[in-house]
Ligand binder design. Structure first.
Ligand SMILES: [Zn+2]
Ligand SMILES: [Zn+2]
Length: 393
């Protein structure tokens, strides 16, 4: 039976009712790849919607584990999931829902554990986040590699969804206010604050508004996947108290720091487990033997120095993952000073270390520069770094 013939409904085809929508293309949906950042109330609803529709590949990242207070807003979690990672619990529930979708759980931090290669591969990123810093990070990643993203935010019974399509139009950062920067800069002026200190407080929300906003986010993603017109660079605001729905458009800021677009990356044949010197060799070859500098996306802490003991402890971690507790000297309890770098030159001792030790994520895209030239290299040997969920037995 031809299931594309609108006059014939094949009840054996689970997608038959959706195929009746004039523009619906189940093939496009089956081939689509979506990255969902955050598996709280919004992320639960978004991934549920994506899997019901049969989206081919869904990458879901979250750092947290399931707590009982999540159960009132999370369709995918059960009491028995308490203490399990959110992504693993969600992946299992999504697997039961529809095995046409491959769900790739990533238990980690979007700022350090997602490489630009993945962001470039997916058709759309859906942000289900609760803090500005992570949103800004997602925004900058999406701009660098030209992937559209759909942001969502909820509070009590109100919510907002925003679509951003690089490289044109306004982005998330274009709309950021002085106060947004102030809240984020709290972190950058003291870069080693503990993660818990900078996350905005727990926002009270009802499960109903997460369904509404996640529904909107998923529909906008669906339009993007179909190549349909979307209104980007603005917000769709839903006031659930008055049942008012309105749209705003953001002003494009030409001095916005997010509008950095990376040139088309070249394959390096390397992975994060290879030595950094090999990546430098590839870059040097690409830039006809010129002296190159590696520009890091994530500031790297290279050592802690205790002025009292006059001892330096080498460490290689992006600032985002460094705990304030590590600043305390284990010998004398004195505050130690971190040494940070945001670029690596070709004579650095770091070249003898693994690429992954230098704050570079798996399947990342990195930028090398000379005085005038630049080249972006992809860690393409990491392409298949994450497998879809399958039940263990
Ligand atoms: Zn912008
Ligand atoms: Zn000390």
């Amino acid at each position: 039976m031809n299931s594309n013939d609108p006059l014939i409904i094949d009840d054996g085809d689970r997608y038959s009712r959706m195929r009746l929508i004039a523009w619906w293309d189940q093939e496009k949906i089956r081939n689509a790849k979506v990255l969902v950042v955050g598996l709280g109330a919004l992320g639960n609803e978004v991934t549920k919607n994506l899997v019901l529709m049969g989206i081919g590949d869904i990458y879901a990242i979250d750092l947290d584990c399931v707590e009982d207070s999540n159960l009132t807003r999370s369709v995918l979690f059960r009491e028995s999931d308490n203490g399990k990672s959110k992504v693993d619990a969600a992946a299992r529930a999504l697997y039961d829902m529809n095995q046409d979708s491959r769900v790739h759980p990533v238990h980690g931090n979007v700022m350090t554990d997602i490489g630009l290669g993945l962001v470039r591969d997916v058709d759309v990123v859906i942000g289900c986040l609760d803090n500005r810093e992570a949103r800004l990070w997602v925004n900058r990643m999406c701009w660098k590699v030209g992937t559209p993203w759909v942001d969502g935010g909820i509070q009590e019974i109100n919510g907002v969804a925003k679509v951003f399509v690089p490289p044109d139009g306004s982005c998330y950062e274009c709309a950021m206010t002085e106060n947004d920067y102030r809240l984020i800069n709290l972190r950058y002026s003291c870069p080693l604050l503990k993660r818990e200190d900078i996350l905005e407080g727990k926002v009270p929300t009802a499960p109903t508004i997460s369904s509404i906003i996640a529904g909107l986010q998923t529909q906008e993603a669906l339009k993007l996947i179909h190549g349909m017109e979307v209104e980007s660079g603005g917000a769709m605001v839903f006031n659930g108290v008055a049942n008012r729905f309105y749209k705003t458009k953001y002003q494009h800021r030409s001095d916005c720091l997010s509008h950095d677009v990376y040139p088309q990356p070249r394959g390096s044949g390397l992975s994060v487990e290879d030595e950094l010197s090999r990546l430098f060799s590839v870059a040097q070859k690409e830039l006809s033997g010129h002296e190159v500098v590696l520009k890091l996306d994530r500031d790297l802490v290279t050592e802690f120095f205790c002025p009292k003991c006059e001892v330096a402890e080498p460490i290689h971690q992006p600032t985002q993952t460094v705990d304030a507790g590590l600043l305390v000297c284990p010998e004398c309890n004195h505050q130690r000073t971190p040494k940070m770098t945001h670029h690596i030159e070709s004579d650095s001792p770091l070249l003898q270390r693994m690429i992954g030790d230098c704050g570079i994520a798996r399947y990342d895209i990195v930028r090398f520069c000379t005085e005038e030239l630049e080249v972006c290299l992809e860690l393409d040997a990491d392409r298949v770094w994450n497998h879809p969920y399958k039940p263990s037995s």
